[in-house]
Design a protein around this ligand. Structure first.
Ligand SMILES: Cc1cc2nc3c(=O)[nH]c(=O)nc-3n(C[C@H](O)[C@H](O)[C@H](O)COP(=O)(O)O)c2cc1C
Length: 207
C-alpha cells in the first residue's frame, strides 16, 4: 500500500483484540525503521518504553482515564524524549560513529558536533522539551505508518496523567513523556473524522 493510501485509510482505533500477540522481533524491527526518521542534529533522543507487564497496564488504565486500549492493545509504548541526549558526550559520540563508518571526514565530524553543541547550549528546558517533542512526533508518525502498513491498527494518546504515569513506571526527570502509542489488531473501526478543506490550512507568504 502506498503511503498516501495508508494515510487515507488510517483511523485512530480504540478497540483491540486483547488475545492478539505481536512478537517482540516484529516490534523491534518496526521501531528500528521508525528510528530512521529525521531528528535534530541526529542526537537520537527518542526512547520507546514498551509496557508489556499486564500488572502495569492495569495500573495505567485509570491513569489514562480508563481508555480501554491501554489494556486491550497488544503493545503499549510510552514515547519519551531523553534530556541526556543533549549532553556534549552524546553529541560527540554520535558524530564519531559517523566518522568511523566513513560517512564524513574528520573536519565535517567536528563541524557538525560543534554546531550541535552550540545549538543546544543556551536553550531553556522548555526549548529542549520542544526539541524532544519534534523528534519524537516524527518518529511516532513513522511508527504509525509502518504498523498500519502491516494491517495492524494504532492510536496515539495524550489522555493520561503525566505525573502519575511517570510515578507508576518509575520514569525519572531525565525523560520527557511525549505520548502513548497503542498497537494491535483492531476489532472495531475507528470512527471517521473530518479534516479542514486543504485551502483552509495552506497559507502563502503570510499568516
Ligand atoms: C497527540 C495526540 C494525542 C491523542 N490522544 C488521544 C487520547 O488520549 N484518546 C483518544 O481516544 N484519542 C487520542 N488521539 C486521537 C485523536 O483524537 C485523533 O487522531 C483525531 O480525532 C483524528 O482522528 P483519526 O486519527 O482517526 O483520523 C490523540 C491524537 C494525537 C495526535
Amino acid at each position: 500500500m502506498s503511503v498516501k493510501d495508508i494515510l487515507e485509510k488510517r483511523r485512530s482505533v480504540r478497540h483491540y483484540d486483547p488475545n492478539y500477540n505481536i512478537s517482540s522481533e516484529m516490534l523491534t524491527a518496526l521501531i528500528e525503521s521508525a528510528s530512521k526518521s529525521p531528528n535534530g542534529n541526529n542526537i537520537q533522543a527518542t526512547r520507546y518504553l514498551v509496557v508489556d507487564d499486564p500488572y502495569l497496564r492495569d495500573l495505567l488504565l485509570p491513569i489514562a482515564f480508563n481508555q480501554q486500549q491501554v489494556t486491550e492493545a497488544s503493545v503499549l509504548i510510552v514515547v519519551l524524549g531523553d534530556y541526556q541526549a543533549f549532553e556534549k558526550e552524546n553529541i560527540i559520540q554520535i558524530h564519531e560513529e559517523g566518522f568511523q563508518e566513513g560517512f564524513f571526514d574528520a573536519s565535517l565530524r567536528d563541524y557538525l558536533a560543534d554546531a550541535a553543541i552550540n545549538y543546544y547550549a543556551n536553550k531553556s528546558k522548555e526549548d529542549l522539551a520542544l526539541e524532544l517533542t519534534r523528534d519524537a512526533s516524527l518518529a511516532s508518525m513513522s511508527l504509525l505508518l509502518l504498523v498500519n502498513e502491516t494491517g495492524l491498527e494504532t492510536i496515539t494518546m495524550s489522555g493520561y496523567d503525566s505525573k502519575q504515569l511517570k510515578s507508576v513506571l518509575n520514569i525519572s526527570e531525565r525523560y520527557l513523556d511525549i505520548m502513548l502509542i497503542a498497537i494491535g489488531k483492531g476489532v472495531k473501526d475507528g470512527h471517521k473524522t473530518v479534516r479542514h478543506d486543504v485551502e483552509k490550512v495552506i497559507y502563502r507568504n503570510k499568516i
